[in-house]
Design a protein. Structure first.
Length: 127
């Protein structure tokens, strides 16, 4: 799903930016977030019974102390904290490649991210 979104969204955003300027995709992105918020407001979430807690707990009642007791959970936690840093560096580099190395402007940024999405799609068939 991430690959399809990257292919369709990035290529469409790049084409719209190229022909109409960067302000149009920015506004369209904001409108889609607003529509998502309106859809999410309609969801009714059942309220669970209150339970007494004595430790700082996460999600399904797992405390931080318990989480670091298990290697897999601790690894997942560390990856979840550090992955945004790696993704930020990756995103900056991809934009630099599209803008400065290939000199294709907004259209290049859209197509390079669409290529990333295509890679996600193709790679899912091999694992």
């Amino acid at each position: 799903m991430v690959g399809v979104i990257l292919v369709l969204g990035s290529s469409t955003g790049g084409i719209i930016s190229h022909f109409f300027g960067t302000h149009i995709p920015f506004v369209l992105n904001g409108v889609t977030f607003l529509l998502s918020a309106i859809i999410l407001l309609r969801i009714i979430i059942p309220v669970p019974k209150k339970q007494k807690t004595t430790q700082l707990q996460m999600g399904n009642g797992i405390s931080l102390k318990q989480m670091f007791k298990y290697t897999a959970l601790a690894s997942f936690f560390i990856i979840a904290i550090t992955m945004p840093l790696a993704n930020g560096i990756d995103n900056v580099l991809m934009s630099i490649y599209a803008l400065d190395v290939f000199g294709m402007g907004d259209l290049g940024v859209g197509f390079i991210y669409a290529s990333l999405g295509l890679g996600f799609i193709v790679s899912s068939f091999f694992f």
